[in-house]
Design a protein around this ligand. Sequence first.
Ligand code: PLP
Length: 377
Amino acid sequence: MEFRDLTAQYQKYKSEINTAIQEVISTAQFIGGKPVIELEEQLAKYVGVKHCITCANGTEALSLVLMAWGIGAGDAVFVPDFTFFASGEVVSFRGATPVFVDVDRDTFNIDVKKLEKAIVQTLEEGKLTPKVIIPVDLFGLPANHIEIEKIAKKYNLLILEDGAQGFGGSINGKRACSFGNAATTSFFPAKPLGCYGDGGAIFTNDDELAELLNSLKIHGKGQDKYDNVRIGVNSRLDTIQAAVLQVKLKAFIEHELEDVNRVYRLYNERLSGIVEIPVIPEGYYSSFAQYTIKLKNKEQRDGLQVYLKEKGIPSMVYYIKPMHKQEAFSNLQFNESDFEVTNELCDIVLSLPMHPYLSEDEINQVCKAVKAYLQRS
Ligand SMILES: *Cc1c(COP(=O)(O)O)cnc(C)c1O
């Protein structure tokens, strides 16, 4: 059994994917060109925003937006404590200071009450200037963007939605990567929409920001790439990756997003009352980058993971360590009592195999093993 089966997907779309790659090779245009332009149009249309700017990966996508906004030394950027390292890394990379905020125990996403508290506290301390909120759509579930937008407005902050895991999710029909002033996603192979290497994209309705990003990602280009009007970076999505993504986006829209939600329902039916199952609030739709359960304590979680492994069932702990405990941020001061929920989650979460091609037999096998272990222990 695979944790995320990319081979099954390839087998189903083999001829289309091979043709798409072959076409790029035969035209010998490996950077830019039709597949990239078309993909950006298709992604913007799907998400429901004016501009999509593809780039090298999801981390660069975040960095580019912070760069475009001129975020740097002395600025505070609010980031959930429970997320992949990159969400906070980009803040420090730009010279700004990440302020980590605890998350909601049910949704795994940034706790909006604690977010406001952290903003007020930062203002009171007066050392840093609050500038940006980076809400993360963790495990495929959009963050509470409705409340976050209100808070951003109240304190005059920008919102950068980290939709690296959230592509395909929605709140009352409004799609992930359309919230805030700008949003980003990642096409890392294991993400909801993945390519065959690294890739990323930025989404925005802001015309000026889009123009600036298109310059920054190609060495600060002006009229063309040999006219350089600012310092930028080299951050492009390869043409081959764009061609692969065009095929995969079609599959994602046609059935894969519904299929992961089918897997979610089947898991829930079997595991409800046995372990804590994922909570999807009313009006929210998840793209299920992960199906994450909660166990009683660390001992039970670790024991279950070992037991599943013995049965040939892969599982993952996302995340084993909160952001504020990462050595890379050890120069910052934290108060452990601010991160009660994240500290607990890191001990009790376990992500089970999740992908659109998971069969009912496999789901039964996983759930049977989970039940057998919990009855035993
Ligand atoms: C994967 C991920 C990123 C980074 O994306 P890459 O394409 O791997 O650079 C950023 N934020 C979150 C929440 C992620 O899961």
